[in-house]
Design a protein around this ligand. Structure first.
Ligand code: SAM
Length: 294
């Protein structure tokens, strides 16, 4: 077989775009990785082996997909842009362990697709150079989906990466921080300069590795816990009490139950949610549940 030049190469990437008369689309957050070292760094952070089933989000013209295909057992990649899907049918032709699904990642049922493509409840690794305009919704979807994953290694804007490990009480601390903390440990794996992409994004980028974690306090229905967390942060500048009555209702009976729950959780009603740890918010959630508010 003739030697294949990696897609992740500035000249080849531009040649592919020219060949198809394409330009990166802003509306889909298209910034193509052209730096092979970064791609090798991503594959190595994800510890991809020939036994692994991998989910990729947004393959673009296939730069990361190609490196994943070389190391993994099988890669299933979701791409929203039909023009990219067309390009991929050619650029990934040498790899028979890749399946491209044309779909919006935010609307797919990942659990069903994993069962169908890899076998019932297979564990996966999730790898992506994320479309930055929907980084947070994608992360929340992946974490809350009922799937078994070994690690999630994803490129995102540095500012969002900082939110994943933010300290209680800081501006960056919020629903995303708490969701990640409940399900995972987050580690900054690689800082990536804008020059590694075509076109260069106008924000700093970082690759983050998430590893699954069992939270200090587990709840039966995490999605309900996160509804309460979201409600608690709905007006960051307001007190927890105000956000609670906004979420649960303002009748005297409801207020009594909220007051009871706060007291049992040992939390001041006047505090702001951003000052509460995951353990404190989970404790409050359980007390609200025993007051019949959940
Ligand atoms: N993986 C490629 C790379 O590293 O060069 C491209 C990464 S680019 C930052 C993001 C990719 O996600 C684009 O190909 C874009 O079309 C795709 N995308 C954007 N929104 C999407 C969505 N909702 N569902 C699936 N793919 C999406």
């Amino acid at each position: 077989m003739a030697e294949i030049i990696d897609i992740a190469n500035p000249t080849r990437t531009q040649a592919i775009l020219n060949q198809y008369n394409l330009r990166a689309k802003k509306k889909f957050g298209q910034n193509f990785l052209t730096d092979l070292n970064v791609l090798h760094g991503i594959v190595s952070a994800a510890e991809i082996t020939s036994e692994d089933y991998v989910i990729e989000i947004g393959p673009g013209i296939g730069a990361l997909t190609e490196q994943l295909a070389k190391s993994a057992k099988k890669v299933v990649a979701f791409e929203i842009d039909p023009q990219m899907v067309n390009v991929l049918s050619e650029t990934l032709l040498p790899y028979d362990n890749v399946k491209i699904i044309e779909a919006d990642i935010l609307t797919v049922n990942l659990s069903d697709i994993i069962d169908a493509e890899f076998g019932q409840q297979s564990s996966v690794k999730i790898v992506a150079n994320l479309p930055y305009y929907i980084t947070t919704p994608i992360l929340l979807q992946l974490l809350r989906a009922n799937i078994s994953w070994e690690n999630i290694v994803v490129m995102m804007q540095k500012e969002v990466a900082d939110r994943l490990n933010a300290e209680v009480g800081t501006k960056a601390y919020g629903v995303l921080t708490l969701t990640v903390q409940y399900f995972a440990e987050a580690q900054l794996a690689i800082k990536v300069p804008a020059s590694s992409f075509n076109p260069a994004p106008n924000v700093d980028s970082a690759v983050v590795k998430l590893t699954p974690l069992t939270p200090e306090i587990m709840v039966d229905k995490p999605e309900k816990l996160f509804q309460v967390v979201k409600g608690s942060f709905s007006h960051r500048r307001k007190s927890l009490w105000n956000n609670m009555i906004q979420t649960f209702g303002k009748t005297e009976e409801t207020k009594t139950h909220i007051r009871e729950a706060l007291e049992k959780a040992n939390i001041e009603p006047s505090i702001r949610a951003e000052r509460l740890s995951l353990t404190e918010l989970t404790t409050l959630y359980l007390k609200l549940e025993s007051e019949g508010l959940i």
